[in-house]
Ligand binder design. Structure first.
Ligand code: PBG
Ligand code: ZN
Length: 318
């Protein structure tokens, strides 16, 4: 049965998708949990201490909750790379670590992709002939999603852009009894040059080639609308455009087309642009960041994924 209650399950989710007002409830804070490091590490461009070992992750979450963060998006970066569908155990442990810290007032979304754990750095597995192995990729993504839900994720965020993954994940979650676990699909995700700082943080740069055979072409509006419509049909609870600022023209059309909440991902390169401008003394960082969020909201973004969510309180948002 199609569940419409998933986004009403907790106060944090109800507040997130409320269509009036704007504040911390609509902001999502990414977290990078990294296996094999012993102290938090900054990543150029994104700000302070973004790569965390499990030993410091819990305290980071506590500080973020105290600062008013209501939504987290976790990226797990395991130390071993394989092409057999393994390698996500560390992410399960990270999910448990974060979930233990959250009360009922915050939501944990878990990014579900393979590029941090495949030997190729691509978002899918390959067959022995070197082609993308679509069927096995979907099977593995579905298994990972179920394991993240079992570890305590409130929601799954597939970022891989393989055809049919939203339906596959939805069915697998339902079959495993996780019918109230929500899906936030990276539904209109472009092949972009603005993901650079993230790929350093997540160890997910492709070892060969690029992602243009599965992510969207920036020249095509039609394909971007079609991709989000497809995710909505397949059962996504929330949709997203990415990179946010360079997809801002698509937020309202996708909302109208699908009737779903559409978020914007202010990606690492966009965020780093503000960081670097401020470092050169060319802009006031906080004022520029707040302005960018207000513009996303004006364009109709239901929520914003931003590395600066934990600063929102300092920017005057509640
Ligand atoms: C991986 C993934 C990427 C981002 C989120 N998930 C990078 C990519 O597709 O290469 C980008 C986020 C950012 O730049 O902030 N599937
Ligand atoms: Zn990926």
């Amino acid at each position: 049965m199609k569940r419409l209650q998933r986004l009403r399950r907790t106060a944090a989710l109800r507040d997130m998708v409320a269509e009036v007002g704007f504040g911390q409830a609509q902001l999502v804070q990414p977290l990078f949990a990294v296996e094999g490091i012993t102290a938090a590490e900054p990543v150029a461009g994104i700000g302070e201490a973004v790569r965390q070992p499990l030993t410091t992750l819990g305290a980071q979450v506590d500080r973020d909750l105290a600062a008013g963060v209501r939504q987290f998006l976790l990226f797990g970066v395991g130390a071993s790379r394989a092409d057999d569908g393994a390698g996500h155990e560390f992410t399960c442990a990270a999910v448990e670590t974060v979930r233990r810290r959250l009360g009922r007032d915050a939501t944990l979304w878990v990014d579900t992709c393979l590029c941090s754990i495949t030997t190729t750095g691509h978002c899918h597995l390959h067959s022995p002939t070197g082609e993308a192995d679509h069927g096995r990729t979907l099977e593995v993504l579905a298994r990972h999603a179920v394991d993240y839900a079992a570890a305590g994720a409130h929601g799954i965020a597939p970022s891989d852009m393989n055809d049919g993954r939203t339906a596959t994940l939805r069915h697998a979650l339902d079959a495993a009894g996780h019918d109230l676990v929500a899906v936030m699909s990276y539904s209109s995700k472009f092949a972009s040059h603005l993901y650079g700082p993230f790929r350093t943080a997540a160890g997910s740069a492709p070892r060969h080639g690029d992602r243009r055979s599965y992510q969207l072409d920036v020249r095509s509006r039609r394909a971007a609308l079609e991709a989000s419509a497809r995710c909505a049909e397949e059962g996504a609870d929330l949709l997203m455009v990415k990179p946010g600022m360079s997809s801002i023209d698509l937020i309202a059309p996708i909302t109208e087309l699908t009737g779903k909440p559409v978020g914007a991902y202010q990606v690492s390169g966009e965020y780093a642009g503000l960081v670097l401008l401020a470092r050169e003394g060319l802009i006031d960082f906080d004022a520029g960041l707040l302005e960018s969020w207000l513009v996303f909201r004006r364009a109709g973004a239901a929520f914003i994924i931003t590395y600066g969510a934990r600063r929102a309180h300092d920017l005057g948002l509640v």
